[in-house]
Design a protein around this ligand. Structure first.
Ligand code: PLP
Length: 367
């Protein structure tokens, strides 16, 4: 048997929706884009959503629309995909890394204050693997220090925190529709969510080359070509309809993994859902001191694995080179990044596939 690490869905209905958009709409900023934005805002429980070309673009524009400028410091966890901080480093932002909680790999609010100074403009909590960060506590620290809060919800479509959705918990939320995410758009894409009309308006204009509202040839802000294509938005609309069901299926699969893997070897399981947090298991990640051996074993059996994230952002070669970051900056992050390994997780994973993965994990530990 072969079990991939992820399995993006593309149905005939989704292909048909894209074809309709190609036949009947403008290729960019067509009707489907605006329908997708409306539906996504509704799903998150916010007033506005602005569709863009990637999650990285969503983060960049959200920061800029919230007043970020060159020389500002932005706090983020180093246990994330490099795009979290790549969103502002090219624009003169200075990354500051906050330590994470070992229990769920999101920013430790108790350690946040210590990394803030008068140059700090924003904090980006990352809802890693689909588990929402401690937003009330983070918002509290941010408010007391005048920081903008941009949620990196690129892995958390539909995740719930104290009755509210990821993307509605800060000044803006950012989503990625990269194909392996909980929902995608049949290519690259992203979304910004916010309740702030000025931020939504600025993002919509920046994605469209900084055009002045109502004008084609006048540009009053610096902008970018970050539009989402209409056909991709049409696919996104169809995917969004499936999201609640897909997230439920991921949660059910995670619960089976939890039961079957509890107490096996030295494995540390992912954080379980609580009364406060309903995660969406973008990834199902384990921790072990033997991850390279486990990886080799599982791959030899046809089981896909991921090392998300083997290298924390501050220790990526380019970040070491640009900023001089070294080991020891965020010890909990570094330890977790040394041990983490993701096993197959996708909405349509079958019970047979889960059992096969678990059998092979157990076989590894019985040797
Ligand atoms: C946590 C996180 N942040 C940002 C991004 C960037 O999104 P994109 O690849 O759509 O630019 C991703 C996804 O790739 C991600 O997982």
């Amino acid at each position: 048997m072969k079990v991939p690490i992820a399995q993006p869905v593309m149905t005939e209905k989704m292909i048909e929706a894209a074809s309709n958009a190609y036949r009947n709409e403008r290729l960019t900023l067509g009707e489907s884009v605006f329908k997708f934005e409306e539906a996504f805002a509704r799903m998150c429980g916010v007033k506005f959503a602005v569709a863009v070309s990637s999650g990285t673009a969503a983060l960049q524009l959200s920061l800029q629309a919230n007043g970020f400028k060159a020389g500002d410091k932005v706090v983020a966890p180093a246990m994330s995909f490099v795009a979290t901080t790549n969103s502002f480093v090219p624009f003169g932002g200075v990354p500051v890394f906050a330590e994470v909680l070992e229990k769920d790999y999101t920013i430790d609010p108790a350690k946040l204050k210590a990394v803030i100074d008068n140059k700090t403009r924003a904090v980006i909590p990352v809802h890693l693997y689909g588990h929402v960060a401690a937003m009330d506590e983070i918002n509290d620290v941010a408010k007391r220090n005048n920081l903008v809060v941009i949620e990196d919800a690129c892995q958390a479509h539909g995740a719930v925190y104290r009755g509210r959705k990821a993307g509605s918990l800060g000044h803006a939320g950012c989503f990625s529709f990269y194909p392996t995410k909980n929902m995608h758009v049949g290519g690259d894409g992203g979304m910004i969510t916010t309740n702030d009309d000025k931020v939504a308006d600025a993002c919509a204009r920046m994605r469209h080359c900084g055009r002045k509202k109502g004008s084609n040839y006048e540009h009053d802000i610096i902008g970018y070509t970050y539009r989402l294509n209409s056909a991709n938005a049409a696919i996104g609309l169809e995917q969004l309809k499936m999201l609640p069901e897909w997230n439920d299926k991921r949660r059910a699969a995670a619960s089976v993994y939890d039961q079957m893997l509890k107490g096996v070897g030295d494995l540390v399981l992912p954080p379980s859902p609580t009364g406060d947090i309903a995660p969406v298991y973008h990834l199902y990640t384990l921790r072990t001191k033997k991850r390279y051996e486990l990886k080799a074993h599982l791959e030899s059996k046809g089981v896909g694995v991921g090392l998300n994230y083997e290298i924390p952002i501050h220790l990526q070669p380019v970040y070491r080179q640009m900023f001089g970051f070294k080991e020891g900056l965020v010890p909990v992050t570094e330890k977790c990044c040394r041990e983490v390994i993701a096993i197959p997780m996708f909405a349509d994973i079958t019970m047979d596939q889960i059992k096969y993965v678990v059998e092979n994990v157990k076989e590894f530990y019985s040797k």
